[in-house]
Design a protein around this ligand. Structure first.
Ligand code: GLC
Length: 458
């Protein structure tokens, strides 16, 4: 009996210390929802990938892709001088496109700090440019009322103590070479550096709304939470910036408070992502073309309709879009990015009501073919996005008795709500259907939106 008791005490001790270990941040679900509210309502942000690689102009992974040595890569540092950098112009462009927040690379995998740092000379202050880009950027974006976020790369191809792994820019041919190459590298020193750097960016620029850490790759010759010291790091982050939102790439997925939102990259989710049957906050990050950093000769750019559909579809599944611009080494946006932002802004100017504060529509409302629904729970309005403009009699199956009023969103022109189409019996329609009378000619809007005021059925 006594033995059993001791065992029980021991077991509960182990369990409670285990539970403690697995908690980074104690807050209720309601508190988390509240903390994330501005972000969930914003839906649309700008990602900015900018660093020395902009000068190579052939992908931000160029150092690894071409296995460029640190000595050879130095030439980019030596000439870095973005003389046309005007962050307030960038901020205005983001805002005009309808974006509500922006996340910039403070350091990418190349290891170069775009901010003034006490802990490395490999930072912007020592380039010909000589000014703290992050400071200038933060001030300009805040001034436009945009929320600000910092991307910070966990990976570092410059730091001499970052151990060489499968993702390192140094090419390793044989397994046994890893040990040889890493003989004088001490990840503990890098871990300290990482923590110091993150402390700097979260201390020197006032309130930071988002921290976007990138990325973990557990496994053989990979890196995980122990390599980064993720638990300790994130505890520090939460202490320094209690309101900050953090992405999910620190390898702390099973820690309470170890992440705030998930980050599907470069693909459209099939449905609202879930964990244990619970819908989770998510944001897809996407590029205009195939690269994050400026890539002069890359030509696979998405068109306006693809980009708008991406945004609408994400909101229709309860998510956000972080859309990337890779500025040039002069400090300007690629003209193709400018055009894309302008076109999206034109649509957002008239239709953003179907994006901000919107989410997935109630499940019992079924979207007709070639349409996407979004829904604003506060105003009880449903938005029908017409991806492929239909004919005059537009049928909404199952909507009888549900619609109070309908209009086009872009010009607030009434759309008449009629009964089911056709009087000839077996035409596939039924009494529960509603017929919206649309003009034959498609309005001059890339993706027209019908705004439906739903009846309050309470
Ligand atoms: C990947 C890439 C990186 C890019 C990031 C954006 O992790 O390594 O280049 O910054 O995705 O999500």
């Amino acid at each position: 009996m006594k033995k059993l008791l001791i065992l029980l005490v021991l077991f509960s001790y182990v369990m409670s210390s285990f539970a403690q270990q697995k908690t980074i941040w104690n807050e209720t679900e309601e508190e988390k929802t509240e903390r994330m509210l501005w972000w969930t309502e914003a839906r649309f942000g700008m990602f900015i990938h900018w660093g020395l690689y902009a000068q190579a102009a052939r992908h931000e992974w160029v150092k690894k892709r071409e296995h460029i040595s640190t000595e050879d890569y130095q030439k980019y540092f030596d000439v870095f001088d973005p003389d046309l950098f005007d962050p307030s112009e960038w901020a205005k462009k983001a805002k005009a496109a309808g974006m509500k927040y922006a996340v910039i690379t403070t350091k990418h995998h190349e290891g170069f700090n775009m901010f003034e740092s006490e802990f490395t000379d490999y930072n912007v202050m020592n380039t010909p440019y000589g000014k703290d880009i992050i400071k200038e950027w933060v001030d300009a974006f805040r001034a436009e009322g945009l929320k600000i976020g910092f991307y910070y790369s966990l990976i570092d191809w410059y730091h001499p103590h970052f151990t060489i792994d499968t993702r390192h820019s140094i090419k390793v041919n044989k397994q046994k070479d890893f040990d040889k190459l890493n003989k004088n590298r001490d990840m503990g020193i890098y871990r300290e550096y990482l923590k110091n750097n993150v402390r700097e960016i979260l201390t020197n620029y006032g309130e930071v709304d988002i921290l976007w850490l990138d990325f973990s790759y557990p496994g053989k010759n990979g890196k995980d939470k122990d390599d980064w010291g993720s638990v300790e790091l994130l505890k520090m982050v939460r202490e320094l910036q209690p309101n900050i939102l953090v992405n999910d790439r620190l390898d702390l997925k099973d820690y309470k408070g170890g992440w705030d939102f998930t980050t599907p990259e470069q693909f459209k989710v099939d449905k609202w992502p879930e964990i244990d049957g619970k819908k989770i906050p998510w944001e897809t990050c996407q590029t205009f073309s195939g690269s994050w950093g400026y890539y002069r000769d890359e030509h696979t750019w998405k068109d306006n309709k693809q980009l708008l559909t991406l945004l609408i579809e994400s909101v229709s599944k309860g998510g956000n879009v972080l859309l990337n611009v890779g500025p040039t080494a002069r400090g300007t946006f690629d003209h193709r990015a400018d055009d894309a932002l302008e076109d999206m802004g034109e649509w957002m100017k008239y239709n953003s009501r179907s994006i901000y504060g919107c989410t997935q529509a109630p499940e019992e409302l079924l979207a007709p073919a070639n349409t996407l629904f979004t829904f604003n729970p506060k105003t009880n309005r449903l938005y029908v996005h017409l991806l492929d403009y239909p004919l005059q009699n537009f049928l909404m199956p199952g909507f009888a008795g549900k619609i109070k009023y309908a209009q086009f969103l872009h010009d607030a022109s009434e759309i008449k709500v009629g009964k089911k189409h056709g009087a000839w019996g077996n035409d596939g329609t039924n009494e529960n259907d509603v017929n919206l009378k649309l003009p034959v000619t498609k309005p001059n809007v890339e993706i027209p939106v019908i705004e439906i005021f739903l009846k309050d059925n309470k």
